[in-house]
Design a protein around this ligand. Structure first.
Ligand SMILES: [Cu+2]
Length: 170
């Protein structure tokens, strides 16, 4: 997507929604705490894990934690029904934690000064089949940066945007 298009939010949402999905994964909506669609996330299988391609507008500028949560539900405003971090190996939180990380921990993403993000983040050692289990999973963007060590979620604050990966929970 052309970055200039993103200066006009309405056009960007349209462009995001109609952009072809990257190989291997359909685009699913990313919604904010007001329940509005602000962009898309497309998950695809890569050789060393799962890649999430993110296009969105209307987020607070700055650095934000982003994780996979274990339930495929995005119920605003607090998205609590998505559960805590995806953690099938029962580790502690944090990419820099010697007793971590959660399998769902990912590197922080940066939203630009216009509130836009166009980024790909990776989830190493995971595969789509794990994410597409019976209750699905979700990708969550948090209000603050993940410090990669604090429990239980790296001091990343509120959940501010969510996308369902896989079938929604029944
Ligand atoms: Cu999270």
């Amino acid at each position: 997507m052309n970055k200039l298009v993103c200066l006009i939010p309405a056009l960007c949402i349209t462009a995001c929604a109609t952009a072809p999905a990257p190989a291997g994964g359909p685009s699913v909506p990313l919604i904010n705490s007001a329940g509005h669609v602000i962009g898309t996330i497309a998950a695809s299988q890569a050789t060393d894990g799962v890649a999430f391609r993110i296009h969105a507008m209307g987020l607070p500028p700055g650095v934000h934690g982003i994780h996979v949560h274990p339930v495929g539900r995005c119920d605003p405003p607090d998205f609590s029904t998505a559960g805590t971090h995806w953690n099938p190996t029962n580790k502690q939180h944090g990419l820099n934690n010697p007793n971590g990380p959660h399998a769902g921990d990912m590197p922080n993403v940066t939203v630009d000064t216009n509130g836009a993000i166009d980024a790909t983040v990776g989830l190493p050692h995971a595969n789509m089949a794990q994410l597409l289990d019976a209750d699905g999973s979700s990708v969550m963007i948090h209000a603050n940066a993940d410090d990669y060590v604090s429990q239980p979620a790296g001091n990343s604050g509120a959940k501010i945007a969510c996308a369902v990966i896989g079938p929604p929970a029944k």
